[in-house]
Design a protein around this ligand. Structure first.
Ligand SMILES: Cc1cc2nc3c(=O)[nH]c(=O)nc-3n(C[C@H](O)[C@H](O)[C@H](O)COP(=O)(O)OP(=O)(O)OC[C@H]3O[C@@H](n4cnc5c(N)ncnc54)[C@H](O)[C@@H]3O)c2cc1C
Length: 370
């Protein structure tokens, strides 16, 4: 048997364990700092309502990734749903992505139309602000993107964001159906405990250490000190921030996090039927609210919503700055053959979602197979 160490037991770590299990011939050790597997995708309860930390609904353009997860934890397709954004300056809710049909409802519609006629296209954009202004004009940018993005990343100016290939959410100004994910599969587990069974199934044959951290890393030597013992592995699959593995020798990678506030409301539903969550683009402290029943189909006379407030209390979103990506690359360059770094923190990429973590794990298995 060949030996594999997986660092981190979030979705990526569990998906990696399962891919090695499917491959066969691997003895897997998984080390997770938290008390349970799954990280923010694990189901918790508040007021009797099952929920995760943030929406965590399963969105993917890849049928095979959907089928893979669905075969292990049956998924329920979400009916068409809309994202809404609340814009305080107009005291109105609009669709997000910004929808062409909402412009006539906006008080400054004439100015917006003039700007849209003059937009020059985003090809020349050097930063996130330019990308949006060149795509949709100043007025729509100010309404939907400017304040939201500064709040989301806890930054002074969106010109600081120079890695913005992920920014359009597919489209900057949408036409046609309002449903936001009309080109992807949108789903959520049917089970009341959400994705939790997946974490157990995926790691069934792995040796899992919870509430454990590795005390020393020698990544070039594929050797670590775990529970006081020096151990070497044939491969390492890392899913945590790569700076930790090298004792921050090139500097600490920055992230933003979220504080999470849960509120039970004395109504059966808080948001309209097609709205699962709602962004707030203005001076509110939170970035979005999520109504969990929409995903879980939990039946109760009350409803649970959460507010996500950007904070530095945890590390959830890698910063979209080229300079920081260059620092992350220094760490990746020091990883020898047989060390893989996957997942959101492990890739140091913001736009890694649940389906991407599965895809990353499948790619590792593919590399090991060939
Ligand atoms: C608020 C929020 C909402 C989201 N909503 C969605 C959504 O609706 N749909 C979607 O597809 N994606 C969503 N995502 C993204 C998606 O959930 C994540 O990309 C995915 O879960 C990342 O999994 P991961 O295993 O790469 O990382 P993580 O989930 O961060 O897992 C890493 C694990 O490593 C552990 N760890 C950390 N340090 C150490 C250490 N030193 N030693 C050992 N273990 C350690 C952590 O405890 C954690 O369990 C959301 C993300 C956030 C933050």
């Amino acid at each position: 048997m060949k030996t594999a160490l997986i660092i981190g037991g979030g979705f990526s770590g569990c998906a990696a364990a399962h891919q090695l299990e499917l491959l066969g011939g691997w003895q897997v050790t998984l080390v997770e700092a938290g008390k349970a597997l799954g990280a923010g995708v694990r189901t918790m309860k508040y007021g009797g309502h099952p929920h995760t930390f943030g929406p965590r609904h399963f969105l993917t353009p890849w049928e095979h990734v959907y089928e893979y997860l669905h075969s292990l934890v049956p998924l329920r397709r979400c009916a068409d749903h809309e994202f809404l954004t609340y814009v305080e300056q107009d005291q109105n809710f609009y669709s997000y992505p910004i929808h062409r049909d909402d412009i006539p409802l906006m008080p400054d519609r004439e100015q917006i139309e003039r700007e849209l006629e003059q937009v020059r296209g985003a090809e020349a954009a050097k930063n996130f602000e330019e990308f949006w202004i060149y795509s949709i004009g100043e007025s729509l940018y100010k309404k939907f993107v400017d304040g939201y993005s500064k709040k989301m990343w806890m930054i002074e100016s969106n010109r600081e964001i120079d890695d913005f290939t992920w920014s359009p959410k597919g489209v900057t100004l949408k036409e046609g159906p309002r449903a936001c994910w009309d080109t992807a599969i949108s789903a959520y587990p049917e089970a009341a405990n959400g994705y939790d069974d997946y974490f157990d199934i995926a790691t069934k044959n792995a040796q899992v250490f919870l509430s454990t951290r590795i005390s020393q890393y020698d990544i070039p030597g594929k050797t670590v000190v775990l529970n006081g013992e020096r151990q070497s592995f044939d491969i390492i699959i890392n899913t945590i921030s790569p700076d930790i593995l090298f004792d921050y020798c090139h500097g600490e990678l920055p992230y933003v996090g979220r504080d999470f506030h849960r509120i039970v409301l004395p109504v059966e539903f808080a948001l309209p039927p097609s709205v699962y969550f709602c962004y707030y683009a203005g001076p509110e402290k939170f970035t979005r609210i999520v109504e969990y029943k929409k995903f879980t189909h939990h039946k109760a006379p009350t409803t649970l919503i959460s507010l996500e407030v950007p904070s530095k209390n945890n590390k959830l979103y890698p910063m979209p700055f080229e300079a920081e990506k260059a620092v992350a690359k220094k760490y990746f360059d020091e990883m020898p053959d047989g060390v893989f770094s996957i997942g959101r923190a492990g890739s140091y990429l913001y736009n890694v979602d649940i389906d991407d973590t599965i895809d990353h794990a499948m790619r590792v298995a593919e590399a090991l197979r060939s």
